[in-house]
Write a protein that binds this ligand. Structure first.
Ligand SMILES: *Cc1c(COP(=O)(O)O)cnc(C)c1O
Length: 360
């Protein structure tokens, strides 16, 4: 059996060392020393000044919307994980979908302006597969119309664009450290912003809105994460370079071995490099995708239709909207097995099988 993804786990001994410390201190959660250390090390690793370690990537998006006091309509992408859209609805705002660019698979910046109304308060865009959005154009539009920008950077851990962290763009960026992501803390999320006041507000919001002994400064939630999760984050961070190198090598082997497959890859932002979070391919037709998927499933090699279907046409709590590019791409896109422990032999096998199935 080959799964589509599998979490990286550090050597157990290294995780246990952190546990010994936790037992000694008997401090399990509430901004403990490991959570603080993780925040410090991540800031250094990502080369950013402000960052919060929170419960998960979904709560991070919800807190971002809340902290920016967003109301009314939020322009967003239909080609993302459901948490991007559901967070908008959860915060009592209305998602307004803008179709994606067929090359980058990110929200089409050129189509944003025509979706703006008097009620638009923000843009919430996803860096799909870690590929940066057209951040420059989005920044210009946001300035012109005085709107906020949030990036769902759940896939974009470690990505740089124009020589700096992609988390530097927008008013707030959020990331997911879920077990299935490139870098994880079992469950976890990050919130980043360049604005120190906004960070302070978010830090208080993360802790029920408590701003001091017996005092509250606003609405809050339990967005904290535990020492056990921080320990996993710290243990994994030591291996991030190794993880990156292995995934890069696996991806280039797929590239080489899949020549002849009737498929394309998303086009990456020219001023950025792939973080190898996923290995997505866009097949020539849905028919070919289904044929490949069906036969690979029977061989217990699991691929994933990610993202499928379009969020604009599948959520029971929203009216259905046609998004021609997204609807088309979502039908043809597939992520191949891709994770640290995947072997080069397995990549060769998967590639060989896919070509054989296609050509049969
Ligand atoms: C994983 C993911 C999320 C949610 O993150 P969690 O940590 O699982 O809550 C949000 N957006 C995107 C694009 C994701 O892939």
């Amino acid at each position: 059996m080959i799964p589509v993804t599998q979490p990286f786990l550090p050597p157990q001994e290294e995780y246990k060392k952190y546990l010994t410390g936790i037992w000694k201190r008997n401090w399990l959660t509430n901004m403990g020393p490991l959570a603080s250390q993780l925040e410090m090390e991540l800031k250094e690793h990502l080369n950013i000044n402000h960052l919060l370690f929170v419960t998960n990537g979904t709560v991070a998006i919800q807190m971002a919307i809340k902290a920016l006091d967003l109301q009314g309509e939020i322009i967003t992408t239909p080609f993302s994980f459901v948490a991007t859209t559901s967070s908008i609805v959860w915060e009592n705002c209305t998602p307004v979908f803008v179709d994606i660019d067929p090359k980058s698979l990110n929200i089409a910046a050129s189509k944003i302006e025509s979706a703006i109304t008097e009620k638009t308060s923000a843009i919430l865009a996803t860096h799909v597969y870690g590929n940066p959005c057209d951040v420059e154009t989005i920044e210009k539009i946001a300035k012109k119309y005085n709107m906020k920008v949030i990036y769902d950077a759940a896939h974009a851990f470690g990505v740089e664009v124009n020589g700096k962290s992609v988390f530097e763009y927008g008013d707030i960026s959020t990331c997911s450290l879920h077990a299935t992501k490139l870098y994880h803390s079992v469950e976890g999320g990050l919130i980043t912003t360049k604005d120190p006041d906004l960070l302070k507000k978010l830090a208080i919001m993360r802790n029920f809105g408590i701003s001091g002994f017996d005092s509250f400064s606003g609405l809050g939630i339990n967005g904290k994460n535990s020492e056990f999760h921080a320990a996993m984050g710290l243990a994994n961070l030591k291996y991030i370079h190794e993880i990156h190198e292995k995934r890069k090598a696996l991806a280039s082997l797929y590239d080489k071995k899949l020549v002849g497959l009737k498929a394309e890859k998303p086009v990456w932002h020219p001023q950025s490099e792939d973080n190898f979070a996923y290995y997505p391919i866009i097949l020539e037709s849905e028919e070919l995708l289904l044929k490949l998927k069906r036969q690979m499933d029977t061989l217990e090699i699991f691929t994933r239709r990610y993202f499928y279907p379009s969020l604009a046409s599948s959520l029971p709590y929203l009216p259905k909207v046609e998004m021609p590019v997204t609807d088309d791409i979502a039908k043809r896109v597939m992520c191949l097995p891709f994770y640290y422990d995947l072997t080069f032999e397995e990549v060769e096998l998967i590639s060989r099988l896919m070509l054989r199935i296609q050509n049969n």
